[in-house]
Design a protein around this ligand. Structure first.
Ligand code: ATP
Ligand code: MG
Length: 410
């Protein structure tokens, strides 16, 4: 059993995945609870967050009939930062004559690439190998067993604030659960929604959340740039609430039910009126849909332009695989159309790719991160103590026997 826990600014979501008899993954439980203890993806209220975490996991437990102990927790927010680095080592090899690259050489080169100066208050969250260079031969995905003298690694290092991570872990622990591992939210979402082809071509994943918009750019199959913009769907709702002088909750309802950011999407050509219930004895107020759109669109444009700026700064040429929008905000009517217009690239809305047991209701961009955390958790759990290395199929027999002895006798 692997459990993914996505702690977002607007909702906390827990997903329980279980391995079926044939080794296939089955999603057996999903639980969602509103979240009030975060601001812009960062925990600001431990008590409120732990209550949301407990409620979401309890709901997922009820659905699957299983008890949860450990969770793979997503981390996000404006304190996340990504840099590219490289390391180089001389190949020591198994024997001096042939100089075959061993797992040890790969571990050493990754360790060398990790040696970047990061401030005391930050920690390395992920170290993702992009490609290796063996004796000037570039673009090698797996250098193991190759023969060479010099081994170089290109890596993407994602860092986060130490206290940000600690507070998140504290919430999960105080809710009564163990953190199996912290995973970058957008990395998890990318695993759930992106195809291998898109990652190879280069693609920008844009997670439109409530408090933040996370951008993860893939180039040649590996993460290349990670950034967060501290604005999201809540700003859009806020705009409607302020401009129309209505409560936030009403504005949120209007946005979800009648909002759009692309005029041509309403092909019927009729500008319907939405009746907004009056507050404090005031009469109900009719608002034309076009007026809502005029509030939403500039904010979404601004957000997409900020994303475009970040992508342009990271890449020298536009990503061939286009833009994939995900997260709750991507459900806004016309979001993909507006994004294609601004980025001048093909855009699509990404929902979790089919996983066994995941019913239609949860195959929505809102659950991309949570489903991705389960997938990421399964992969990482099967490569113990070797989280930084690319996953390999199966493990050596000795390792497995060793594990069995440890489990049975110690
Ligand atoms: N159908 C919809 N149309 C428009 N917006 C929507 C729709 N459904 C959800 N949203 C918006 O999506 C946002 C929430 O998205 P999501 O659940 O991905 O955020 P989160 O993960 O809680 O937050 P974050 O990732 O920023 O920490 C809210 O602002 C909400 O208004
Ligand atoms: Mg989110």
């Amino acid at each position: 059993m692997v459990v993914g826990l996505d702690i977002g600014t607007t909702k906390v979501c827990a997903v329980i995945g279980e391995r079926g008899e044939k080794g296939t993954l089955e999603i057996t439980g999903v639980g969602v609870s509103p979240s009030t203890g975060l601001r812009k993806g960062v925990v600001v209220n431990i008590e409120a967050t732990l209550r949301s975490v407990a409620a979401a996991i309890e709901a997922a437990e009820m659905m699957s009939g299983r008890e949860v102990y450990g969770v793979w927790t997503g981390i996000g927010g404006s304190h996340i930062d990504g840099i590219n680095s490289r390391g180089v080592v001389a190949v020591t090899g198994r024997n001096r004559e042939t100089r075959e690259i061993t797992e040890e050489d790969v571990a050493r080169v990754l360790e060398a690439a990790r040696a970047v100066v990061i401030p005391m208050d930050r920690q390395v969250l992920e170290l993702i190998p992009q490609a290796y260079i063996v004796d000037n031969q570039k673009g090698i995905r797996d250098p193991l067993d190759m023969i060479g003298v010099r081994l170089e690694a290109e890596v993407h290092i994602i860092t986060c604030s130490v206290t940000g991570a600690q507070n998140l872990i504290k919430c999960v622990n105080r809710a009564g659960f163990h953190v199996d591992g912290l995973v970058l939210q957008s990395l998890a979402a990318g695993r759930a929604v992106l195809t291998e082809e898109e990652k190879e071509l280069g693609v920008a994943l844009v997670d439109l959340g409530g408090g933040t918009t996370d951008v993860l750019v893939y180039s040649e199959g590996a993460p290349y740039s990670t950034t967060t913009i501290p604005a999201g769907g809540s700003q859009v709702t806020n705009d409607i609430s302020i401009m129309k002088n209505i409560p936030y909750d009403t504005a949120e309802k209007i946005k979800i039910e009648a909002g759009s950011c692309w005029e041509d999407i309403r092909s019927d050509g009729i500008d319907e009126e939405i009746i907004v219930p009056g507050v404090g004895g005031r009469p109900p107020l009719p608002i034309p849909r076009s007026e809502i759109e005029m509030i939403i669109r500039p904010r979404m444009e601004e957000l997409f332009f900020m994303v475009k700026e970040r992508i342009d700064a990271a890449l020298s040429r536009p990503p061939g695989g286009g833009i994939v929008l995900t997260g709750g905000g991507s459900q806004l009517l016309g979001a993909a159309e507006l994004a294609s217009f601004i980025f001048r690239l093909p855009c699509r809305v990404g929902s979790p790719l089919p996983v066994g047991g995941l019913v239609e209701e949860y195959r929505s961009p809102v659950f991309s991160t949570a489903v991705g955390l389960v997938l990421e958790g399964i992969q990482r759990a099967s490569v113990p103590g070797d989280r930084d290395a690319p996953a390999r199929e199966g493990r050596p027999l000795f390792g497995r026997i060793g594990d069995w002895i440890k489990k049975e006798f110690f």
